[in-house]
Design a protein around this ligand. Structure first.
Ligand SMILES: Nc1nc2c(ncn2[C@@H]2O[C@H](COP(=O)(O)OP(=O)(O)OP(=O)(O)O)[C@@H](O)[C@H]2O)c(=O)[nH]1
Ligand SMILES: [Mg+2]
Length: 323
């Protein structure tokens, strides 16, 4: 009930509010009988009122109302899901789509990292479940390919099952991502358990197949410099390939930024594009979609040594009229 209450307070979007209400109603419904018993015999029976369901107990009536409301909310969510899917499809259509999702236990620092990585104003708060809606922003400074970063709802141990289901659509964002940044609060003594919980939830939603980088955050919050160094060494030994950092240190955020871009550049090809003088209008397009390593020109046109995704290069070549 406490978790439901926190979710209720923090739900901002229509979708999040509907999801929380469903979870609340689902939690209440089986407890109505108990509540009615406590209310005594008068509270239980209200027969014949309004001509509806003569003899039907108040509890049954309330249950029916709850069922109707849940059904109504579910329809709303289905409609909103369809909307989200269209938005997502639209995002995927945009060329060079590269998506990374921040996942992890509540309060680990996902939104702080999102803010640092994208230069945007995302809600950060030292409270549980500050974020209930997914936000998507482009990595900043912009990179080639352009990378979209999404922030997601925080996980927690023993999250009521209904809530996991309710927030599944929000977590689909994590499934759509090509890379997950699993953020862990290294300064929390119970971080290992939290790490396991996140792994379990990811498995539950089928996101365990998505490549993952473990990001141990808040290292600045682990005692003095010596304690921090010791903690970092222990983490690196136990989790090879992990990142140990603080979202409050710009140089470490820059390193994470670099690592993300590097991940998405693995699949890039390096090649040369020839642009005849007659097709110079495509110059802007090349700079917008490729990493230009070198540019030189001769009497016929310009040569660009570029790195980009194979299909982006193919498209530009087609537009140039040069195969
Ligand atoms: N000392 C320190 N504090 C941090 C760091 N990163 C985040 N915080 C703080 O930790 C608290 C939680 O940060 P958020 O970014 O809101 O955490 P979150 O993971 O988005 O949390 P939920 O949205 O609840 O899942 C805030 O008070 C942040 O200022 C860090 O690297 N070092
Ligand atoms: Mg957050």
């Amino acid at each position: 009930m406490v978790i439901l209450e926190i979710f209720h307070r923090n739900a901002r979007s229509r979708a999040a509010r509907a999801q929380v209400e469903i979870a609340r109603l689902g939690y209440m419904a089986p407890r109505l009988r108990e509540a009615a018993k406590l209310a005594g015999p008068q509270g239980r029976q209200r027969s014949g009122e309004g001509g509806r369901g003569a003899g039907e107990s108040q509890t049954e009536l309330d249950r029916r109302k709850i069922r109707d409301r849940i059904a109504e909310l579910q329809l709303e969510i289905v409609a909103m899901d369809a909307e989200r899917k269209t938005q997502r499809a639209r995002r995927q259509e945009r060329k060079g789509l590269a998506a990374v999702a921040l996942v992890g236990y509540t309060n680990a620092g996902k939104s702080t990292l999102m803010r640092a990585l994208t230069g945007s104003e995302v809600l950060v708060a030292n409270k549980l479940f500050a974020t209930l809606d997914t936000t998507v922003r482009a990595l900043y400074p912009e990179s080639v390919p352009r990378v979209l970063v999404s922030d997601t709802v925080g996980f927690i141990k023993n999250l009521p099952h209904g809530l996991v289901a309710s927030f599944k659509s929000t977590l689909d964002e994590a499934l759509d991502a090509s890379l997950l940044l699993h953020v862990i609060d290294a300064s929390d003594p119970g971080f290992e358990r939290q790490l396991e919980v996140t792994d379990e939830v990811l498995e539950e939603i089928g996101a365990n197949v998505v490549p993952r980088i473990r990001v141990f955050n808040k290292i600045d919050h682990v005692g003095d410099a010596a304690a921090q160094a010791e903690c970092e060494a222990a983490l690196r030994a136990k989790y090879p390939d992990c990142i140990v950092m603080s979202a409050r240190r710009p140089d470490e955020v820059a390193k994470l930024h670099h690592k993300i871009v590097e991940f998405f550049q693995q699949d890039l090809v390096e090649t040369e594009i020839f642009l005849p003088w007659t097709a110079q209008q495509l110059r802007g397009e090349i700079y917008a979609n490729c990493q230009v390593l070198e540019e030189r020109s001769d009497n016929d046109g310009a040569f660009f040594r570029v790195r980009s995704e194979a299909d982006v290069i193919k498209k530009i070549r087609e537009q140039c009229g040069v195969e």
